[in-house]
Design a protein around this ligand. Structure first.
Ligand SMILES: Cc1cc2nc3c(=O)[nH]c(=O)nc-3n(C[C@H](O)[C@H](O)[C@H](O)COP(=O)(O)OP(=O)(O)OC[C@H]3O[C@@H](n4cnc5c(N)ncnc54)[C@H](O)[C@@H]3O)c2cc1C
Length: 393
């Protein structure tokens, strides 16, 4: 039997033992994880079977045809796209067994405590301190723009453990329990009117050393795995043709001939083609990932995603004319996910502004592509040999 046939028959066995119509949603997802059909490229015992990632499509097609429930990947995007690959690469066996199953089933939502008021693009400048006390680390500081913190059980956190060495060297990576005393989550209202993200204040939060990921002082290296995966997670989703932002505007174009103009037609065609090229490029990037960890190439994908989302949603607002200025709901909501296709054109236009900031701004990603993909000269870095505590802030 080929790997694909083997996977197909395993999936059918899962469906026969747990018919989706008569099985509780969560029980089905747990059974799927235990059968190694959650993410097939993960190791056996951790939701996978250690086979090439590309074979996931075989499993997904069988499950979709049978109407099986999924784990709502948009709601748990940070866990799936960023925390999981980092835990897999740097976690101890115990950590992998504790965290990956409820992460994948969606029982435990994750958030990312990286950015701070004084450290965004220059993330390595972060000032949140973690000080060792016995078996614990005591953490104090403030994080910002923390998506999903209001629904999260766990966070991936980077904090400064040694202020006496240069900024990249004194960082350590932790898993923080968002329900612990000292963790305070406050909503931040965005341009969309929603509070999808938060400020998080950490006051004397005790994190056991057993929740450290990687070595003390090696947090910057561990964080690279998270950040490289983040760009792929944001810009490299698997989509059907017209599955992204181009879908709603193409639909409006087809259904509302009275709105059409020659100029908008030319722009729509250009953006449609670029969306399709970008979709196929993401597919190719995913195939490259089969061979290993994502590298800086994900930055290019995320750059294209942000630019296209903003141009397409702008075109849609123009196409709709006065109607495009309406907005469906200004109440401050606390959404659990970003819903580009379920909301109106105004929401798409406003929310996509954040696409060129989240996961690294477009300017910073251009620098990464220039330096690490094209091999152009690096920006001068005058602070790389200076102790963090001596840096101007
Ligand atoms: C919707 C959304 C969700 C987010 N979710 C999270 C989250 O869950 N967790 C988290 O930790 N963070 C999150 N962020 C934060 C995000 O990662 C940061 O906003 C981003 O890295 C930029 O940092 P900053 O806001 O501090 O801007 P700054 O770093 O202060 O940048 C300001 C401006 O200067 C430019 N700039 C900075 N450095 C350079 C340079 N070297 N060369 C050229 N231009 C430069 C930037 O491009 C930008 O235009 C989120 C942001 C958004 C918008």
């Amino acid at each position: 039997m080929t790997d694909a046939e083997e996977l197909q028959s395993r999936t059918r066995e899962l469906l026969a033992a747990h018919p989706p119509a008569g099985t509780d949603h969560l029980d089905f997802l747990r059974a799927r994880f235990d059968a190694g059909l959650a993410w097939v490229h993960y190791p056996e015992g951790l939701g996978g079977l250690g086979v090439p990632r590309a074979l996931q499509t075989v499993v997904d097609a069988e499950l979709e045809a049978a109407g099986a429930p999924d784990n709502d990947p948009r709601r748990i995007g940070i866990g799936l796209g960023m925390a999981a690959p980092t835990v897999l690469r740097y976690g101890t066996e115990e950590q992998k067994r504790r965290y990956l199953r409820p992460l994948w089933t969606g029982e435990e939502v994750w958030c990312q405590l990286f950015s701070e008021p004084g450290a965004g693009s220059d993330l390595a400048a972060l000032g949140t301190r973690a000080v060792r006390e016995g078996d614990d680390w005591v953490v104090n500081g403030q994080k910002v723009w923390t998506s999903s913190a209001h629904i999260a059980r766990w966070a991936i956190l980077i904090a400064r453990t040694d202020p006496d060495v240069p900024k990249h060297a004194g960082i350590t990576y932790f898993i923080c329990d968002m329900t612990d005393p000292g963790v305070e989550v406050r909503p931040l209202r965005q341009i969309t009117g929603e509070a999808e993200f938060n400020e998080v204040f950490l006051t004397d939060v005790r994190i056991p050393d057993s929740r450290r990921l990687g070595e003390v002082g090696d947090g910057w290296r561990v964080a690279q795995t998270t950040l490289n995966n983040e760009r792929v997670a944001i810009g490299g989703m698997r989509l059907p043709r017209e599955g992204g932002m181009i879908g709603p505007v193409s639909k409006t174009w087809r259904e509302r001939p009275e709105l059409r103009t020659h100029d908008l037609h030319q722009r729509l065609l250009k953006l449609w083609v670029e969306s399709e090229v970008s979709r196929l490029t993401a597919e190719r990037l995913r195939q490259q990932l089969v061979a290993g960890q994502p590298g800086p190439e994900g930055a290019g994908m995320k750059l294209a995603f942000a630019r296209l989302n903003q141009e397409i949603s702008g075109l849609e607002v123009e196409l709709r004319g006065e109607e495009g200025l309406l907005y469906d709901d200004w109440t401050m909501r606390r959404p659990e996910l970003v819903d580009f296709t379920g909301r109106d054109a105004g929401y798409r236009y406003l929310r996509s502004k954040g696409n060129s900031i989240e996961g690294g701004t477009s300017e910073v990603l251009l620098n990464i592509v220039a330096e690490r993909v094209l091999g152009l000269p690096a920006e001068p870095r005058t602070d790389k040999d200076v102790a963090w505590k001596d840096l101007a802030r």
